[in-house]
Design a protein around this ligand. Structure first.
Ligand code: ZN
Length: 323
């Protein structure tokens, strides 16, 4: 029987699992609710059930699986397999997830941060394939990050490296969810984009968005801003460009620091399309040094939803090969 790998994406809402062949093909996929509110044991049961489901539909037994890896939503230590305290998994504190899953599955299991794994997925099989150096930014409610150097994930001594969203781009700037001020995430995430729109509307800017949110800016969403911009609203277009400019500022530092071959952009916000991408590119290339700016390609991710399960499968294989 062919050897296989398990990639597991543990999100606050869904657990997604893929059974992947050693030649990098998805053999089976599963997704089911995490049951995060029911606590740790219930979540572990959901993961095991999801693994059983992909093994059954992929026609494999546990013995056919070489290794597994779980992507955790939030900070974790890939060296020890401990997940610290993910905001989306209530009650979790310093959970030795790699050890618990290895026991429950009877399969060697590792743990890593979900954004790092999405980066590895794009490097292994997506937009970063064939490079040796790339950075990935996931643009959603927050800004996640991953960095590949010398063909490997940059993890740092404690496994906390590559928090691109928490690079400070503005001294004493907007408060960020992490407790600091002026982080890239506070400006370049969907949350930051909405905040930019709200501030502009409070400052009296004219926009169709005022009607869309019926005078209540709290109900604004990233989709609303994108839709209204696509329909020609000048202010909404400016909001997207402004968000892109902040991201470009952060990305220019990545270009100067790492001289990467690619910067890959993933996540829901990339649906804003060329208005966002052009603003990011213009600002990033303007601030970066000439040589790395000429070298780098700033592109959209290629794997869409699958990077979250392919990344862990790839890391499971990498760790196996590294012994
Ligand atoms: Zn922050």
């Amino acid at each position: 029987m062919a050897e296989a790998l398990l990639g597991i994406d543990l999100g606050g809402t869904l657990v997604k699992t893929a059974l992947v062949s050693r030649d990098k093909k998805i053999l089976a996929k599963d997704a089911r609710p995490t049951a995060a509110h029911e606590g740790l044991d219930a979540v572990l049961d959901v993961i095991v059930a999801s693994v059983e489901a992909v093994l059954a539909s992929g026609g494999r037994a546990r013995e056919d699986v070489l290794a597994a890896c779980v992507g955790a939503p939030g900070p974790s230590n890939p060296h020890t397999g401990v997940v610290f305290s993910p905001p989306n998994l209530p009650g979790w504190k310093d959970v030795p997830l790699a050890e618990l899953m290895t026991e429950r599955l009877g399969i060697q299991c590792c743990v890593d941060n979900d954004a790092n794994l999405a980066c590895y997925g794009e490097f292994w099989l997506g937009a970063g394939q064939g490079t040796q150096s790339m950075c990935l930014l996931t643009l959603g409610t927050g800004v996640g990050g991953g960095i590949i150097v010398f063909g490997r994930l940059l993890r740092g001594i404690d496994g906390t490296a590559a928090e691109i969203g928490h690079m400070i781009v503005q001294r004493d700037g907007r408060p960020c969810g992490c407790g600091a001020r002026g982080c890239l995430e506070a400006y370049g995430s969907v949350t930051g984009m909405v905040q930019t729109a709200v501030e502009g509307m409070e400052g009296g800017r004219k926009t169709v968005l005022s009607d869309r949110c019926a005078g209540n800016p709290e109900t604004l969403t990233g989709e609303m801003i994108s839709e209204v911009a696509a329909a020609g609203d000048e202010f909404a277009t400016w909001v997207i460009q402004e968000t892109g400019a902040w991201l470009g500022v952060g990305i220019s530092s990545l270009i100067n620091l790492f001289n990467p071959e690619k910067i890959v952009l993933a996540g829901g916000m990339t649906k804003a399309g060329p208005v966002l991408l052009d603003a990011i590119r213009a600002r990033a290339l303007h601030h970066a040094f000439d040589v790395p700016a000429k070298r780098v390609e700033i592109v959209v991710a290629a794997l869409e939803g699958d990077s979250g399960v392919l990344g862990p499968a790839g890391i499971a294989l990498e760790r196996l090969e590294a012994g």
